[in-house]
Design a protein around this ligand. Structure first.
Ligand code: ADP
Length: 582
C-alpha cells in the first residue's frame, strides 16, 4: 500500500492478486463451466486438421471413396459441434464477465460509501470520483471482454500445442521456431505500451479540458485579447496528443509485423522441417499437414493474447486504484460501552485538518439534556468544525466528546446516529422510491411509521398527492422534489432516526424566505424534546436559545443565556447591538 500526501491508497500487486483470486473463487463454478466448454470447443477444432491428415495418409496409401466420405462427414460434424459449443461458451463467458464485474462494482460501492468522511475530505472528493468513474470504466471493458477472451486464447493455444506434440513430437518441434520472436516482440511492446497508452489518455484529457475551457470562456478571452495565448495552448496540447498517438501507433507498427512473421514462420517451419522428416521416413505427410494446420490455427489466438495482455496491464493499474479504496483504515474503532445517559460533553477538544494547524484549541462544553444552545461567532472561527466534533463526524485530534460517559467515536456508527445527528444544508435525494429514501434512516420502519414521520414534518399532504405515494420514484430521473420537499424528507429521516441531540448547521438559510418559514415549522416539530446545538448565522435564532456560545479563534470566548451576555457587555453584546442596527 502506498500513499502520496493525502491521496487515497493504491493497492500493491499482492493485494490486487488476492482480490482477483477471491473474485475467481467466488465464481469458480461458473469459471469451471466456461473453461470446460471452451476446452470442448477447442478440442472439436482440433478434430478437423487431425482427420484431414489421416485422409492424406490414407489416400497416399490407397483407400476407398466411401472411407474418405465418412471421414469428411466426421470433419463436418466436428466443425458444426465447435460452432455450437463456442456459442454457448461465449455466452457463458459474457455472463461470467458481467457477474465478476458486478461483484467488483458492488464491493467498491460498499467500501466507498463506508469510507470515513475525514479521509475523503483530506484526499479531496476528486480522487474518489476519478476512481469511481475512469478506473471502474477501464476495468469494465477488461473484465467483460478481456478475461473471457484471454481464457479462450490460453485454452486454445495450450491444447493445440499439446495436440501437435501428441501427433508427432519431432515434427511439432518446428512450432517452436516462432516462439523466441513472439517473446521478444511481446516483451518489447508490453514494456512500452502501458506508459504509452496512459500518456495518450492523459494527453486527450488535457486537450478536452483546454478546449472546453476555451469554448466556455470565449467571451472573457475576447474581452481580454487572450486569443493568441489560448490558441498557443491548444496547439501545444494538440502537438502532445499527436506525439502520444504517433508513439503508440509506432509501437503497433513494429509489433504487428513482428508477430505476423512469427506466427507465419511456424507453419512454414513445420512444413519444411516435416518434409525433411518425411524424406527420412520418420513421419507421414498427413501428420505434417495436421501439425502445419494446427500451427496456422494458433496465429489468431496468439495475436489476441498479446493485445489483451496489454489491456489487462492497464486494467491492473485501474484495479490497484479501485482496490486501494478498500485499504483505508477506519478512523474509529467501535467499543461495547453503552452510554449511561443522554448528556453530551466536550472535554478539551482540539482539531486539526492539517497536522500542526489546530483550528479548535481545547473546547469544554456540557450540554444539558433538552437545552438549546446557539453557537455564534465570526466566519472561520471554527463553529462548523465544533459542530462536526459534537456530532461525531470527525474524531477529535485531542480531547474527547462523550455521550453518557462514552466517547462518540467509540460508538458503532448506526448507534451514534441514534444519539447525535448533524443536520446540514445538503439534502441529497437518492434515486429510488420515497419510502427507500426514508428507510435509509430506519431499514425496518413500516409504512405507517413513514407516514407518521412525514406527518411530523408537515409533508404528509404533498407526499399523499404523489402519483404512487410512498412508492413514487424520486431523485434524478424520477419525480422531481422541490428543495423544500427534499429538506422535509431529510427532516423526516431524522424523526425516524430519533436522536436525542441534534447539531444544526445553517439548516434553513439557503431557501427562499417563504419556504424557510414553512420549513421552520417542520424543523421545530423535529427539535421539540431534543437537545439542540444550532450553529447560528443569524442572531435572532441565538436570541431564542437557552444559552449562547461565542466561538472565536477556535475557543469559546463567552457562554451563557442571551440576556446575561448582553448585560455583561462583551463580544456578544457588541455583535447583538450591531445586528440590531442593521
Ligand atoms: P466557521 O464554521 O466558524 O465559519 P469552520 O469550522 O468552517 O469555521 O472553519 C474553521 C477553520 O478551519 C477555518 O480556518 C477553515 O479554513 C478551516 N477548515 C474548515 N474546513 C476545512 C477542511 N475541510 N480542510 C482544511 N481546513 C478546513
Amino acid at each position: 500500500m502506498s500513499t502520496t500526501a493525502n491521496q487515497l491508497p493504491i493497492a500493491d500487486r499482492a493485494e490486487v492478486n488476492r482480490t482477483v483470486g477471491r473474485l475467481f473463487r467466488h465464481h469458480r463454478g461458473q469459471l469451471a463451466a466456461v473453461a470446460v466448454l471452451h476446452t470442448v470447443a477447442a478440442v472439436a477444432g482440433l478434430v478437423g486438421p487431425f482427420l484431414l491428415g489421416r485422409v492424406i495418409d490414407e489416400v497416399t496409401g490407397g483407400t476407398t471413396l466411401d472411407r474418405v466420405d465418412r471421414l469428411a462427414l466426421v470433419v463436418l460434424g466436428a466443425v458444426v459441434a465447435q460452432a455450437v459449443v463456442t456459442r454457448y461458451a461465449q455466452r457463458l463467458s459474457m455472463v461470467f464477465g458481467e457477474r465478476v464485474f458486478a461483484e467488483l462494482r458492488e464491493e467498491f460501492m460498499r467500501t466507498a460509501t463506508r469510507l470515513p468522511l475525514s479521509t475523503v475530505e483530506k484526499a479531496g472528493t476528486g480522487d474518489l470520483v476519478a476512481r469511481t468513474t475512469n478506473d471502474v470504466n477501464k476495468l469494465q471493458h477488461a473484465v467483460r471482454f478481456g478475461v473471457p477472451r484471454v481464457l479462450v486464447c490460453v485454452v486454445t493455444i495450450g491444447l493445440t500445442t499439446v495436440a501437435s506434440f501428441l501427433a508427432d513430437p519431432l515434427v511439432a518441434l518446428g512450432l517452436l521456431l516462432g516462439v523466441p520472436l513472439i517473446v521478444v516482440a511481446t516483451r518489447w511492446y508490453l514494456k512500452r505500451a502501458t506508459p504509452g497508452y496512459l500518456r495518450e489518455s492523459a494527453a486527450y484529457a488535457t486537450l478536452n479540458g483546454t478546449i472546453t475551457e476555451a469554448v466556455e470562456g470565449a467571451r472573457t478571452t475576447d474581452a481580454l485579447h487572450l486569443g493568441a495565448r489560448v490558441r498557443r495552448r491548444i496547439d501545444a496540447d494538440l502537438r502532445e496528443a499527436f506525439a502520444a498517438e504517433r508513439y503508440t501507433l509506432g509501437l503497433r507498427l513494429r509489433l504487428i509485423p513482428s508477430l505476423d512473421s512469427a506466427v507465419s514462420i511456424a507453419p512454414i517451419a513445420v512444413v519444411l522441417w516435416g518434409a525433411w522428416l518425411v524424406s527420412q521416413d520418420v513421419t507421414t505427410v498427413g501428420t505434417v499437414a495436421t501439425i502445419a494446420m494446427y500451427a496456422h490455427q494458433m496465429g489468431g489466438p496468439v495475436f489476441d493474447l498479446v493485445f489483451w495482455l496489454d489491456e489487462l496491464q492497464v486494467a491492473a493499474v485501474a484495479l490497484a486504484r479501485v482496490v486501494g479504496v478498500g485499504l483505508v483504515g477506519p478512523d474509529r474503532v467501535a467499543g461495547t460501552a453503552v452510554p449511561a445517559s443522554e448528556e453530551v460533553r466536550a472535554h478539551q477538544v482540539r482539531y486539526a485538518y492539517r497536522e500542526g494547524h489546530d483550528v479548535l484549541h481545547g473546547i469544554d462544553l456540557d450540554l444539558a439534556p433538552g437545552e438549546r444552545l446557539a453557537v455564534v461567532g465570526p466566519s472561520g472561527a471554527g463553529k462548523s468544525t465544533l459542530g462536526r466534533m459534537l456530532a461525531g463526524i470527525h474524531p477529535p485530534t485531542g480531547g474527547s466528546v462523550m455521550v453518557g460517559g462514552v466517547p462518540l467515536v467509540e460508538l458503532p456508527l448506526e448507534d451514534l446516529r441514534r444519539h447525535v445527528a448533524l443536520v446540514t444544508q445538503e439534502h441529497h435525494v437518492f434515486v429510488g422510491s420515497l419510502a427507500e429514501n426514508l428507510r435509509l434512516a430506519d431499514t425496518v420502519a413500516d409504512d405507517d411509521r413513514l407516514w407518521e414521520a412525514l406527518g411530523a414534518v408537515d409533508a404528509r399532504d404533498w407526499a399523499a398527492a404523489l402519483p404512487d405515494g410512498l412508492a413514487t420514484e424520486v431523485g434524478s430521473g424520477g419525480h422531481a422534489l422541490s428543495p423544500a420537499q427534499a429538506q422535509q424528507v431529510a427532516l423526516a429521516r431524522l424523526v425516524l432516526l430519533d436522536p436525542h441531540t441534534l447539531v444544526l448547521d445553517e439548516a434553513t438559510s439557503l431557501l427562499d424566505p417563504r419556504a424557510a418559514r414553512h420549513l421552520e415549522r417542520s424543523l421545530n416539530a423535529v427539535l421539540t424534546g431534543r437537545t439542540v446545538v444550532a450553529i447560528a448565522h443569524r442572531l435572532h435564532t441565538a436570541h431564542d436559545a437557552d444559552r449562547v456560545a461565542v466561538v472565536d479563534g477556535g475557543r469559546i470566548s463567552e457562554i451563557g443565556p442571551h440576556d446575561e451576555l448582553v448585560a455583561a457587555g462583551g463580544e456578544y453584546a457588541r455583535l447583538w447591538r450591531s445586528w440590531q442596527h442593521e
